[in-house]
Every structure is written in C-alpha cells, then in structure tokens.
Design a protein around this ligand. Structure first.
Ligand code: NAD
Ligand code: TYD
Length: 347
C-alpha cells in the first residue's frame, strides 16, 4: 500500500504527475500538497475532483507542524517532491523566497519524512530538480550526472542546495532517495511567465514577442508527458541514491524556437505566415543569462530504457493546440497578479 505525497501538484509539471499517478495506479493514494501560490492552480486538476484515490491539502512546505500533520494523517509512505519557486527571472528580482521554499522547504519535508519513517528501505524520497544546477555550457558538450555543480542564478543555486540536502539525508541517515535533473519542460498548463506559453499568449493577443539578448541562447526542450513517464520509471525502478539526467534531445536556439512557435500559431489561427514574426522584439538580456543547456540522458536510457518520444515540432503543435483551445484558462491566469508582473518585468 502506497500513500504518496506529491508536492507542488497544482503547478505545471506537478499536475501532470498527479494526474498520471491517480489514473495509472488506482491502488495508490495520492496526496497533493501545495501552497497554491501564483503558480499553483486548482483549475489544472478539476478532472480529478471525483477520483477517490486523490486528496489535495493546501499547505506550505515550510510549515513544519502542518507538514508533520499531513504525514501522520495520511500515513505518507513516499514523497515525490516538485513544489518550488521555479522561474529564473523572479529569482533575480526576489531571491529570498526561492531560498525559503526551495532550500528550507525541502529540508522541512526531508525532516518530516525522517521523523515518520522507521525503515528507510520501505520508503522513497524522490526529488525533482533541474539541469540548471550544472551551470552553463559553451557550444559543445553535454551535462552528465557527474558534471560538477556550478549554479549561476538564485533559482539554480537554491535547487542545487536542495539536491545536496537530499543527498545528505541519504548519506547521513540512510534515507532512500532518487533525484532527477531535467531540461526545460513545455506543454499544457504551463504558467505564461515561461518562454513558450508567454510567446503563445503574446502572439494570440498580437503583442510584442520579447527575445532576450540576441536570441542565441540554447535550451533543450522536453515535452512534459515524456518527463512524467521518466518520473514514473525512476520512482519505481531507479536505484536508491542515484541521480538521473532527463533531456528532450531537442536543442534549439531561442530565436529558432520562437520562429517555430510563430509559424505554428499563425498556421493554427489561420493568420498569414510571417504575421507573428513581425512582432519579435530583442530586449535587454537577462543578467547572468546561461548560454546553453544540453543533457546527456544515456544513463536513464541504459538503466531504465527511457528516452523522449516527442520531437519539438510535434510537442509544440500539441501545446499550441491546447493553449488555443483553453483561452479561458489563459485569460484567468493572466489577469490580476500576472498583469503586474508583466508590467514590472517587460515595461
Ligand atoms: P510551477 O512553478 O509551475 O509549480 C510549482 C508548484 O509548487 C505550484 O503549484 C506552487 O503552488 C507550489 N509551491 C510553490 N511554493 C510552495 C510552497 N512553499 N509550499 C507548497 N507548494 C508550493 O513549477 P514547475 O515548472 O511545475 O516545476 C516543478 C518542479 O520541477 C520544480 O521543482 C522545478 O524546479 C522543477 N523543474 C522544472 C522545470 C521546468 O522546465 N518547468 C525544469 C526542471 C526542473
Ligand atoms: P524560461 O522559460 O524562463 O526558462 P529557463 O530560464 O529556466 O531556461 O526561458 C527559456 C529561455 O528563453 C531562456 O534562455 C530565457 C529566454 N526568454 C526570452 O528570451 N524571453 C522571455 O520573455 C522569457 C521568459 C525567456
């Protein structure tokens, strides 16, 4: 019997993970622990409200008493930890909340698990992290699991710290842990502060399309459903104490990606080709902007047989389709606080 605590399950990736586990494993009880910050949205999970193996608890991972109470009340056997402050630009303007949630919050969860679990062999603490902990690549090379950590933004530094804490609980106390470091995710339900949904939203609204610097920075794009399949595999079959890199095998320069998005959205909206591209605007670069991220995912392929199935053209096609069909979702999440954020960040 597994009672799995999934943290951050109302966010982008978390909602896909929760949905996958609730449907695929009806014998597991899934408890979604989420503080419902600006990035957490119950609308991402409305289809699960009637599922009898699913519960949501609105709790901050920093709240020691509340987290302990959840472990007790639901007899939590395993954790899949996704809750985090996740946006690099926000970490540049407000670093402290990143340290609180991503470092102290993770420590608080680890401590609650340590207090609750008597036989670590029977329990798993799975930590979802980012490739950004490895720093920035030049034109060549790939991040491997053994690449030394070199985080360069407050966000990546906070995620690196949390990875170290998870490993410390493994080495010091013997907790069974698994860590994955993945590349940039995209797909339905992503909050439109991140590049892909922000550009889609701006194209729809016929606004300028902000590209940082000269648009030559490279990211490796991972379709969220491919990531979810990898999480399922690592959770069930990954080796205790190990780290696995997860990548999309889809490296693109930002400008190239934005061009692809422009063509995809124009085509799906029936607008003339070139319409969206004419609104691309090169804006002031992000401070400390990491040049290139790229993943060597050969370990997870060799050990667990996982590889990404979605190429970026197919994934973007599905993503654009979802955003165009869910304009109401987009309108709701871009009202209120989003407007203020956009005004401050993009002027
Ligand atoms: P997101 O910002 O969309 O969602 C984060 C979720 O965590 C939200 O539901 C939010 O309400 C919740 N949360 C934030 N602070 C909390 C707190 N103090 N207590 C409880 N809940 C809190 O993030 P995402 O893009 O879905 O990322 C999920 C995880 O994956 C994060 O750990 C992130 O670092 C990691 N990751 C994301 C990407 C990516 O491309 N999105 C890539 C690599 C790793
Ligand atoms: P983002 O989606 O914020 O992810 P991350 O910073 O974690 O990689 O950004 C992806 C890339 O797109 C990154 O190189 C920064 C760039 N970018 C823009 O050019 N314009 C934008 O408005 C945003 C949000 C990002």
């Amino acid at each position: 019997m597994k009672n799995i605590l999934i943290t951050g399950g109302a966010g982008f990736i978390g909602s896909h993970v929760v949905r996958h586990f609730v449907h695929k494993y009806p014998d597991y009880k899934i408890v979604n622990l989420d503080a419902l910050t600006y990035a957490g949205n119950l609308e991402n999970l409305t289809d699960l409200e009637s599922a009898n193996n699913y519960t949501l608890v609105k709790v901050d991972i920093n709240d020691e008493a509340a987290v302990n109470a959840v472990f007790d009340k639901y007899d939590i056997t395993d954790v899949i930890h996704l809750a985090a402050e996740s946006h690099v630009d926000r970490s540049i303007t407000d670093p402290l909340i990143f340290l609180r949630t991503n470092i102290l919050g993770t420590a608080n969860l680890l401590n609650a698990a340590k207090g609750k679990w008597s036989d670590f062999d029977k329990h798993i603490f799975y930590h979802v992290s980012t490739d950004e902990v490895y720093g920035s690549l030049g034109d060549t090379g790939l991040f491997e699991e053994t690449t030394p950590y070199d985080p360069r933004s407050p966000y990546s530094a906070s995620k690196a710290s949390s990875d170290h804490l998870v490993r410390a609980y493994h080495h010091t106390y013997g907790m069974q842990i698994k860590i994955t470091n993945c590349s940039n995710n995209y797909g339905p339900y992503q909050f439109p502060e991140k590049l892909i949904p922000l550009i889609i939203n701006n194209i729809v609204l016929e606004k300028k399309l902000p590209v940082y610097g000269d648009g030559s920075n490279v990211r490796d794009w991972l379709y969220v459903q491919d990531h979810v399949e990898a999480i399922d595999l690592v959770f069930h079959k990954g080796t205790n104490g190990e780290t696995y890199n997860i990548g999309g095998n889809n490296e693109k320069q930002n400008l190239e990606l934005v061009h692809l998005l422009c063509d995809t959205v124009d085509a799906q909206l029936g607008r003339p080709t070139g319409d969206a591209k004419s609104r691309i605007e090169f804006v002031t670069d992000r401070p400390g902007h990491d040049k290139r991220y790229a993943i060597d995912a050969s370990k997870i392929k060799a050990e667990l047989g996982w590889e990404p199935l979605t190429d970026v053209a197919t994934g973007l096609g599905k993503t654009v389709e979802w955003y165009l069909a869910n304009g109401e979702w987009l309108n709701r999440v871009t009202s209120g606080d989003y407007k203020k954020y956009y005004e401050v960040h993009y002027g």
